[in-house]
Design a protein around this ligand. Structure first.
Ligand SMILES: [Zn+2]
Length: 285
């Protein structure tokens, strides 16, 4: 561990069936990582062509198994984040002949399955969002409706939602929609975020420039790699060692407050988890 700090990667994927899986977790631990939020891979990456909500269950169940194996390696623990990748709508509409409305219904049904795992205490949070690329209006509207459905489910469960969206530093309308469904803004997280964000809590991609901004602005933030554990795209995103490396760097730069924000305070605020109490070594900050 890095001077006994908890070190959380807020968003990565583990795919032991196709790539490194737990080996990536061991790399994370070796560099000082302690806690992980593991997001299920997009269903189509696992060869699932969903026709109804229940078809997503094997994807979620496999993620939960992987999280258990990861927890066994970690000095802290891992938690699953489950949901439906917003890019699925294009696959359904463009490749499989769904109307935007049919795609919306299927994706909302998938989110309801994910919510059932949160309700059972087997997952921590939901994952939703909207395409990060241009789409036709009907697909955009359907995507927003899917995201708002995730907010409704999360509000009922009292859990957080991680969003995959377009790149932006201003998304106040999204947290207004969440609030309208009963979900407070601090339980909405934008993954792959820049250092500063109006609206959701930013889960900052762990590049130095972005982290410096986040650590200096004294607002809640998280750190992530979006490691995809995909043999076909080895350099597509940051590797599993990145968050602990960047925590060590932030501490060297004197950003202790920022490290505490990203690894203790914000996880508590957003998810209600204690990275300190779930750490094996009680000698921590
Ligand atoms: Zn991801």
């Amino acid at each position: 561990m890095i001077d006994d700090w908890p070190v959380l990667d807020n968003h990565l994927h583990l795919d032991p069936d196709n790539h490194r899986g737990i080996d990536a977790v061991r790399d994370f631990v070796r560099l000082g990582g302690t806690h992980l939020l593991v997001v299920n891979k997009p269903s189509w990456h696992l060869g699932v062509d969903a026709d109804e909500g229940a078809d997503f269950r094997p994807v979620f169940e496999r993620t939960i198994e992987v999280v258990e194996a990861a927890s066994a390696e970690l000095p802290g623990r891992a938690w699953p984040v489950l949901g439906v990748h917003p890019g699925l709508i294009s696959r359904l509409v463009d490749d499989r002949g769904f109307s935007p409305t049919e795609a919306r219904e299927l994706m909302q049904a998938g989110l309801e399955e994910a919510a059932s795992f949160v309700e059972a205490g087997e997952a921590l949070a939901l994952k939703s969002g909207r395409p990060h690329y241009e789409v036709e209006d009907a697909v955009w509207e359907a995507s927003n409706a899917v995201m708002r459905h995730a907010f409704t489910l999360a509000a009922d469960l009292g859990c957080a939602v991680q969003l995959h969206t377009e790149a932006s530093t201003e998304m106040p309308e999204v947290t207004e929609w969440a609030a309208a469904e009963g979900l407070p803004a601090h339980k909405v997280v934008k993954h792959y975020a820049a250092g500063r964000l109006e609206g959701p809590v930013p889960s900052v991609m762990s590049e130095k420039d972005r982290l410096r901004v986040a650590a200096e602005c004294d607002e809640p933030f998280l750190m992530e790699t979006d490691y995809i554990d995909d043999p076909d795209r080895p350099g597509a995103v940051l590797g599993p060692k990145t968050v602990p490396r960047r925590v060590a760097w932030l501490l060297e730069e004197g950003h202790e407050t920022g490290v505490r924000q990203a690894h203790v305070e914000t996880p508590k605020l957003v998810y209600g988890i204690s990275t300190e109490e779930t750490l094996e070594d009680p000698n921590h900050h």
